[in-house]
Design a protein around this ligand. Structure first.
Ligand code: PGA
Length: 261
């Protein structure tokens, strides 16, 4: 499986920060042929970033509406993201779930919209600190998978992002055994939900991934890549994280849909 390194800029970035995208694109293309790199950006930057990246790294959105078009002021459809040149979209990020009241059903509808438009859906799940303390982390994530991952999703249109809420932006990272336990649990839940296809989906770890922690995380079993917030805002840190990914032998490389154009 090719590792997938995803950046999430959140509500950060003006046009001048596109120089970071240019720097990322140059290095990924020249020196990192065995991974997939994707930067998810505020909608205002997507079209310009696509022109800057020229296919050397993929560009994605951070959220989409479940609808195609209509009276939804301020919303952006998956088709619009595709039209702007995006190839992927994050859905169900915990900041959307918490700050915008998005339920599992809403997230599933958005994932379906991504599939409809031909975008890779990065479906995020993760437990709060309290849920972990009371022993509910595994069951919370199982419920989120059942509710947020539509039936029939495949490895070519879906990636799961496991992001424990207490690790996001906090500098606190779960232990390696906690990550391994959760990722193998997510694998089992995906297999139950999607059958054999569930074995193939990439499961990303997210939450305070930094250049210093990335290498060990990326080598854990069932970790198919990382989802990076703060450290994706500058090319130096993002590229250091990309370089920490295991090198996949050329004979098993493939180019997924989001990178093909
Ligand atoms: P962080 O954010 O890397 O800044 O913790 C991760 C995320 O929210 O996707």
């Amino acid at each position: 499986m090719r590792p997938l390194i995803v950046g999430n800029w959140k509500m950060n970035g003006l046009a001048e920060q596109l120089r970071e995208i240019e720097a990322m694109a140059v290095s990924v293309k020249a020196t990192l042929p065995s991974l997939d790199a994707l930067i998810c950006l505020p909608a205002t930057l997507i079209a310009q970033a696509v022109l800057t990246a020229t296919g050397r790294i993929a560009i994605g959105g951070e959220d989409c509406s479940a609808e195609i078009s209509g009276p939804f002021t301020g919303d952006i459809s998956a088709e619009m993201l595709m039209d702007a040149g995006a190839r992927a979209v994050i859905v169900g990020h915990s900041e959307r779930r918490q700050q915008h009241g998005e339920t599992d059903a809403v997230v599933a509808a958005k994932a379906n919209a991504a599939r409809r438009a031909g975008l890779l859906a990065i479906i995020c799940i993760g437990e709060t600190h309290t849920q972990r303390l009371v022993g509910k982390a595994l069951s919370v994530c199982a419920t989120q998978i059942t509710g947020s991952v539509p039936e029939g999703m495949t490895a070519s249109n879906t990636v799961i992002g496991y992001e424990p809420l207490w690790a996001i932006g906090s500098g606190q990272v779960p232990t390696h055994s906690q990550i391994m336990e959760m990722h193998s649990h997510i694998r089992a839940c995906l297999t139950q939900r999607l059958g054999a296809e569930g074995q193939k989906l990439r499961i990303l770890y997210g939450g305070s991934v930094k250049p210093s922690s990335a290498e060990a995380i990326l080598r854990l079993p069932q970790v198919g890549g990382v989802l990076v917030g703060g450290a994706s805002l500058n090319a130096t840190d993002f590229l250091a994280i990309c370089r920490a990914a295991p090198v996949v032998p050329a004979h098993i490389l493939h180019t997924p849909k989001e990178q093909r154009r």
